[in-house]
Write a protein that binds this ligand. Structure first.
Ligand code: HEM
Length: 381
């Protein structure tokens, strides 16, 4: 096989990997700065939105600090992830191709289509199975609805007041500004005030469907792990059940055990918020970046495909091949080749790489000098 130029020093590390130790320190500082910035902005918004904490409920301070911590840690992890050379390049290129003027209309249309089909409808999971889709869709929308209700309420961004002179009417205040009013005993009021109950139903059904698959599907059972696959479901189930018990307590049981249940709900929610940046739930923040990759693939294909230097077949977009070469260099891997047909290993398609590997192994068994015929029939590239 053609020589691939090694780029390693005497310690066995690529030179870039050596300097990576130093670079990591800078990346950590940068990520921490982003984390502090996002957390400070949220804290400021809580103070401003609750009108200098006038509408902030001191009993919910535990929730608030858990959200602030989660904000710092999620931003820190995200910023670290974005600084990895492959992610950094995908991220930058994703935005560049999205804003390319000649593809603006096409990109805008695709953006709407993907947001509806992938985000709102979760069609990417439907391909893997109807029950998987149902579980994900119910859990996702249950949590989105719960977050849209609880976060603004906990931060004091939304509160309700009775309308002067109309004691059976409520007015909603957003960031301290009066908005719509509605009768307390009406269908909209019933739906709004029980919004968390509907989200709890959606989450519990979704968790049950997901649990059933984990228990019954032997393929899933073989690879699942407690922390990655069961703990998130158990936490969501615990949050939803303790929440529903709160409702049951004040509607049907004269608030029996309410304080204890409120504490239990807070413990489950706060544990989940603190764990959010470290475990499976981090994908909620990470996965949307996939949208940029889909534009990268679209536009890359439209701008021109690369042809394999060995077999001449189309393999990947030219943009992707060039970017891969660049990322590998930054990571300290140098697969440049001294061959007139191809200057870099990435210019060869995956199937030819497998062939080249087999040929290289064949040459070890039958060195070329002893087998000139083989050498002619199967050139290294
Ligand atoms: C899957 C997500 C969640 C579900 C399904 C859920 C469900 C519920 C339910 C059904 C209630 C009772 C509502 C009522 O009838 O008054 C409730 C109460 C509450 N939830 Fe959650 N919740 C979730 C997440 C959260 C989060 C993320 C927070 C905080 C950031 C939170 C904070 C609260 C608070 C403060 C209460 C009122 C408790 C009290 O009276 O002390 N919840 N939740």
């Amino acid at each position: 096989m053609t020589n691939i130029i090694p780029a390693r020093n005497v310690l066995g590390y690529p030179p870039v990997a050596m300097s990576a130790f130093l670079r990591m320190g800078i990346e950590r500082i940068r990520a921490a700065v982003w984390g502090v910035l996002f957390t400070a902005v949220l804290a400021a918004l809580i103070v401003i939105g609750s009108r200098n904490l006038a509408h902030f409920d001191a009993a919910l301070v535990g929730y608030t600090f858990a959200v602030l911590f989660a904000t710092f840690a999620i931003t820190y992890r995200y910023a670290m992830w974005l600084q990895r050379p492959p992610t950094a390049l995908y991220w930058r290129r994703g935005w560049q191709v999205f804003f390319r003027r000649r593809f603006a209309v096409r990109n805008a249309g695709n953006w709407v289509r993907r947001v509806v089909s992938d985000f709102a409808l979760n069609r990417f999971i439907a391909r893997r199975g109807a029950f998987r889709w149902l579980a994900h869709w119910l859990i996702m929308w249950g949590c989105v609805l719960a977050a849209l209700i609880t976060f603004p309420l906990v931060f004091g961004w939304i509160h309700f007041e009775t309308v002067p002179g109309k004691l059976d009417w409520y007015r909603t205040y957003l960031f301290g500004f009066p908005t719509m009013a509605f009768p307390v005993h009406s269908l909209p009021a019933f739906l709004i005030f029980h919004g968390l109950v509907w989200s709890a139903f959606a989450v519990i059904i979704g968790v049950m469907v997901a649990m059933r698959r984990r228990m019954r599907d032997h393929g899933a059972a073989a690879v699942q792990q407690f922390g990655e696959d069961f703990l998130p479901l158990i936490l969501l189930w615990a949050i939803s059940v303790t929440g529903l018990l709160l409702t049951a307590s004040y509607i049907w049981m004269d608030a029996y055990g309410y304080d204890f249940l409120a504490l239990l709900h807070a413990v489950t929610v706060i544990f989940t918020l603190l764990w959010l940046p470290f475990g499976k739930f981090f994908h909620i923040f990470q996965r949307p970046a996939q949208l940029g990759v889909s534009f990268y693939k679209d536009i890359g294909a439209l701008e021109g495909m690369a042809h394999c230097a060995r077999c001449g077949q189309e393999c990947a977009s030219q943009l992707h091949v060039d970017d891969l070469i660049e990322v590998e260099r930054r990571l300290g891997y140098r697969y440049e080749m001294n061959n007139p047909a191809a200057d870099h290993y990435q210019r060869i398609c995956p199937s030819c790489r497998r062939s080249m590997l087999a040929i290289a192994q064949g040459r070890i068994w039958n060195p070329p000098t002893e087998n000139a015929q083989f050498d002619n029939e199967y050139p290294s590239i």
